[in-house]
Write a protein that binds this ligand. Sequence first.
Ligand code: GUN
Ligand code: ZN
Length: 435
Amino acid sequence: MSRHAYRAALLHMLDDPSRVPAAEAHAYHPDGLLLVEDGHVAAFGAWDALGPTLPEGTPVEHLPGRLIAPGFVDAHVHYPQVDVIAAWGAQLLDWLNTHTFPAEMAFADRAHADAVAEIFLDQLLANGTTSALAFCTVHKGSAEALFEAALARDMRLVAGKVLMDREAPAGLTDTVDSGRADTEALIRAYGGKGRLGYAVTPRFAVTSSDAQLAMAGELLAAHPDVLLHTHMSENRAEIARVGGLFPWAGDYLDVYERFGLLGPRSVFAHCIHCDEGVMGRMAKAGATAAFCPSSNLLLGSGLFSLKRACACGMSVALGTDVGGGGSFSQLHMMAEAYKIGQLQGDSLDPLHAFYLGTLAGARALHIDRRVGNLLPGKEADFVVLDLAATPLVARRTGRARTLAETLFVLAVLADDRLVERTYLAGRLAHARGGA
Ligand code: GUN
Ligand code: ZN
């Protein structure tokens, strides 16, 4: 048996602090012990209490000035969009046509897909993200490339080939039949293999015909373990286009609802321009909105109201939405989410933000029995954050008086220098600077 102990500050979330008292929602040990055995958490608690109980001979690594936390979970990201990060000047529909679709064309080439998949996973890990719900492109090979790369790293990843049979350039569309056949084959090959999961991934209502959305609903009904991953209500022009394409629909969610795509395993990215009625239907169905604050700002899409979402009981998790989003860092997303709240008179609590980037994402992906926090028995996916990563971070964390203050400083000053190490199932998967 492999056994390793880490002594550092420890933090994880146990529940949603917007729904239960903060004291019940998290556990924090300023001087803690994380014991990992055979890739799983064996103990998480105070050093004083657990140190003396360690089996004799257990190697203990003392990491003063570090915070160990569960790996982050990115609830919405596009791996083929690494190369469109920081595209200037466009909003969603123009941005798709000008920047994104041309970049996604290149994934017809499997070698390109393989290379970008490695870069993408490197970036996730460098930013402390250990799980993600990822879009591929329309090409079956793009999904194979990502799944193979994640499998080789033993990473808990959920992804899917994009379904898109209209309103996209030739070379970037499938058909109802090819989309079904490719998705079925990918579910067979990768669904539940290692730590992988599959998400049926219609891009958004604009780019799938009625027949293709109906086919996606049939796939979901036939495969109860898969997720549904798509976009909704991100941009005003997009919403108007959906209204034109589906004149019978009462609203955007109605389109997905009618085709059987709304349920507890559904993740809808953005949901910015949703009213309380829509959020209430999402809540009732148990679906999740992926809040993508960096993308929402960069694409000028609008201000998501987390406060309204919480009041409606809608589940929310945090996504980078790279390449609409400008960073792979979930800590940075926490700061961006805070800024969006500030513009609406709502100051996001740092612990709530931390929940959105960890356990909420694991819940959205239905992997929270295995990851999302560091309770004993969970897979040991965790990050070591360096509270003195830069002189400024050291100075500012040194003056923080509370956990919430420390977390907020980390979020506002975040970049990948904060992530000293990332572990997957107890194995070191990233070390800052290759150390
Ligand atoms: N809506 C449809 N496709 C996309 C995409 O690639 N990115 C974002 N942000 N929104 C979308
Ligand atoms: Zn997206």
